[in-house]
Ligand binder design. Sequence first.
Ligand code: DGL
Length: 217
Amino acid sequence: MKIGVFDSGIGGEIVANDLKKHFPDATITAINDRAHLPYGTKTEEQVINLTDTAIQPLIAAASDVIVIACNTATTIALSFLRKKYPDQLFVGIEPMIKTASELTRTNVVAVCATPATLKSKRYNELKKSFAADITVLEPDCSDWASMIEANSVDMSRISSVIADSLAKKADVIVLGCTHYHWIYEQITKLSQERAHIIEPTPSIARQITALTAKRPR
Ligand code: DGL
């Protein structure tokens, strides 16, 4: 099986590494678009055009499935890509609002994501469907992806977002950008066991298995 993984930057690598464990016999090709990073501060039109252009090598390689390992590209561009490439299987990654709403006991959750994801129609639909009765905090994480990409994370910035979310009684923190998976351990420590930290990597392999079984190529 050929699996293509796309992210604007380093977020895709952590997803691809996990997929290698689940599919040791698969050919996994991870590509990025570092020249145009961050996607999270761009317009919808820019994200759609950049994503469409960037994934061309994965389309040309006849990937069995393409994982859009970027919440920003998934929430903004995935429906466009599915329409444009109807024969191509895609798996997207988007903020785990449903799981967060099932887990919370305080009815307050925090979604850490890029500005573009938070503005997207898809994210707001998810919120409406699954989080209408709970408080969803959306702290400013606008420079996190760039800090992580540059390997120059200012932990005091991360720490103040987590402390503020906890002070507002959030008991679930959603990592809604694959770049943030790289600081999962640090965020877990900062949350002092007062919040679940959730991200969707474990479900991606399950979705790939289910999709490719349904439509063998
Ligand atoms: N890794 C991307 C995501 O999951 C965003 C990074 C960026 O802003 O380019 O949303």
